[in-house]
Write a protein that binds this ligand. Sequence first.
Ligand SMILES: [Zn+2]
Length: 177
Amino acid sequence: MNIKMKKKTFKCIVCNKKFLGYKINQSKYCSRKCYYKDRLLQSVKKYKTTKNHLKKLSKFLIIWLVGFWEGEGCLSIKRDYYNKNTNKQHYKFGFLISQKDKQFISSLQTMLGFGQSRIHTRNGFGSCYVWELGDLGEILAIVEVIHPYIKLKHRKEQINKFLNNYRVKLLTNFKQK
Ligand SMILES: [Zn+2]
């Protein structure tokens, strides 16, 4: 219980402030605020690279993806952090397609050339395979591209809401850097 861990001085990679932390944590950020700020900046970079990547894909592939996403996919927004006192909150995002067929998911990832694939197991439901984007910048980039091809009304509403809420948030940061 009384193992003493040596505290070390770290420099925050966002604000350059020096702070004491445990080496074991490999601390990069002096605070949660700096952590989320950096995550947002990383997202801006990912937005740019994903947009460039998507330009290389054929329109046919994009439209094919839209059909699958409308039927078998989802856009999820979950709360990652919430502070009751300050009312500060941060979110975790996911843009995904799930299938029982592993082959389908790995082919999808190969064709698209980005995103992650993983296995998802739910008790009583067996396993399924998921192709996923987990970064706000990546998701915003793909949503902007698929947006004109979406057919289903509830999907359109969901996508419009997402664009209205997060495009400005990300792209205001974009301009600053
Ligand atoms: Zn900091």
